[in-house]
Design a protein around this ligand. Structure first.
Ligand code: NAP
Length: 277
């Protein structure tokens, strides 16, 4: 049976992916930094390894055919992809909505850099270009508990995706053929505004939550203080502003691959109601 290695196996996507692969009786191994502390489903072998130390990945990669690779936002070390490609014949990479690089064009994000490294290995590859996780709205949890969310661009429409749909697509790609060279752009089934997302979460939690538009300049100061990355904040604000007039795009890739519609934001809010209580 094909052995699959899942990196980020305790993370937002990885934890659902290992559960789903193990539940389907697949031979799945989880890369974790601390096997004693990682909570993994029954039947999943946790093997120690650290993406900041590529040589430590070899035991986890032994006899592995396919790898699900995620990158936890640390400095990129090209040896990770090299070591993965020495062992595995197919790398499935959790990426985001980025443009393909032309030959010689410099990468502007770690996702572009890693995609380029993976393409250069000569191994099979599939990129899961997820646009925006619905879990990003967990950042509003404290405000939702207080009954009012102050955030910029209430009318910005976003196509948030349920993390379980990304995990389901990853499981499908890791256990079937025909995905070599595919760049799957993954979104939720609809685009809904920030203010509407807050209303839906309030309904799921059983509390009325008010939306208050935060002026963009105030948001810039607050988010820069919180996130510590002015360029990232500027890019987010510009994107949200653009989604007021042009809603974030919606793809039917989840439905196309899985034969059922992507989960709605409403169902995500119900699944996570306790996180906002
Ligand atoms: N949020 C979005 O809207 C969005 C959209 C598109 C793409 N993405 C991308 O999704 C990725 C994050 O995926 P996620 O949300 O599933 O992960 P996550 O919840 O952020 O989890 C982080 C995982 O990384 C592992 N990890 C951290 N440092 C590690 C290291 N040095 N070596 C090995 N493992 C390490 C942790 O494992 P242990 O602690 O157990 O070792 C944990 O399982 C990022 O690349 C992000 O850019 C996010």
């Amino acid at each position: 049976m094909t052995r699959i290695l899942v990196t980020g196996a305790t993370g937002t996507i990885g934890r659902h992916l290992v559960s789903s692969l193990a539940g389907a009786g697949r031979d799945v191994r989880a890369l974790v930094r601390d096997p004693d502390r990682a909570s993994l489903p029954e039947g999943v072998e946790g093997v120690r390894g650290d993406l900041t130390a590529p040589e430590t990945l070899r035991p986890a990669l032994r006899d592995v055919e396919r790898v699900y690779l995620m990158w936890p936002g640390i400095a990129v070390d090209p040896r990770v992809v090299e070591v993965a490609a020495e062992h595995a014949r197919h790398i499935v990479y959790l990426s985001t909505d980025i443009a393909d690089l032309a030959d010689g064009e410099p990468a502007t994000s770690f996702h572009q850099e890693i995609e380029r490294q993976i393409r250069a290995t000569g191994r099979d590859w599939t990129f899961l270009r997820a646009i925006d996780f619905a879990t990003n709205t967990l950042g509003w949890a404290d405000q939702i508990r207080q009954g009012v969310v102050r955030w910029p661009y209430g009318q910005a429409s976003r196509s948030l995706i349920h993390e379980r749909d990304i995990a389901d697509v990853a499981a499908h790609v890791l256990t079937s053929d025909g995905h070599d060279g595919a760049k799957y752009v993954l979104t939720g089934p609809e685009s809904i505004t920030h203010a509407e997302q807050v209303r839906i979460i309030g309904e799921a939690v059983g509390r009325e939550v008010r939306w208050e538009d935060l002026p963009p300049e105030t948001a810039r100061e607050q988010l820069t203080a919180a996130w510590g990355n002015p360029a990232f904040v500027a890019a987010r604000l510009a994107a949200w502003r653009s989604f007021v007039d042009t809603p974030e795009r919606v793809t039917d890739t989840v439905e196309h691959l899985l034969g059922r519609p992507a989960r709605s934001f409403r169902s995500w809010a119900h699944d996570h109601a306790d996180d906002f209580r």
